[in-house]
Design a binder for this molecule. Sequence first.
Ligand SMILES: [Zn+2]
Length: 396
Amino acid sequence: MHDAVWVHARLAPMVGPVIRDGALATAAGRISWVGERCDWNGDARVEHDARGAWILPGFVDCHTHLVYAGSRAHEFELRLQGASYEDIAKAGGGIISTVRATRAASEAELLSLAQRRLRSWLAEGAAVVEVKSGYGLDRDTELKMLRAARRLEGVVVKTTFLGAHALPEEYKGRADAYIDFVCDEVLPAAAAEKLVDAVDAFCERIAFTRHQTARLFETAKRLGLPVKLHADQLSDLGGAALAAKHGALSADHLEYTSEAGIDALARAGSVAVLLPGAYYFLRETRLPPISALRSHHVPIALATDHNPGSSPLSSPLLAMNMACTLFRLTPEEALAGFTVQAARALGMQASHGTLQAGKAADFALWEIDSPAELAYAIGANPCVGRVRAGKSVLST
Ligand SMILES: [Zn+2]
């Protein structure tokens, strides 16, 4: 006996062909059957008529910085008036302003701010959201951010430790000492509290070197944690190759990654996570190497990279449109980027990303004529239902 079945649905399982008149059943929070409606002869306690809606796997946003306090809208205004980054930093802006506000906020405040932001993802049928730390840059605030992230409701949350996001003011000129502190104290404390699903770093000229990143990755390995990397966003520091060398789940950004770096990612089976929101908001001009990623068969995931400084983007649908418009991804690649490939980027391919028997019954219903419409439309949200662990939930 199945708990529920959805009939008269069009299904995009993200593996195998689409099904024009399908049925999808659930039992005990998992998908228990999926296929053509004419082949369905099971028993279910509840039958839902999808009335021709498309059912897709719930979106997986595999790269966000959703937990933080403070706003950077004023900084946006200043930049539009011609202020330089230096002017903004002098006026107390930039990442340090987010760090200051996040340190000052309580865990309950951080949770409430992030939960409110999360509404947009829920309205678009999201199933999984990854959340990074990295606005504390001290032990207590990093842990506070991760605890707040773990308490978010409505989606499955994966937490990533990003203590090596930026150098805090109190370590100015002492980046190696800060990495020691992160490796010896902060990361082990977060791991001991079981707050960490993966470890990330910002490997860039304005952040941490390859050598410092490698030291952090060694610590992650000792603690049995997988790694990811903000790599080659602003320059080619060989970040992708470093991530691949450490068997990273993903390397993210990649605007400046060389062909050798892409080849290394392909060999390591790492996912390339592209972040069109930051490219758009920072008005970057260097495109990520899409054709080389395709020719090397590196799986491509997409994410919002939601953060207050460089990508205040709260819509997976808009990120898909940006990826097609700016990066020339196909709508099919964009959809895979927020489902099957994003699940891989979080090591969740066994439970999420496709509609297959045995996976979590986390999916969304869409009133659209074809899945390509999701990437095509700008500012529309045709999500008409969200199912979490087999249960229908309102989409807001
Ligand atoms: Zn990021």
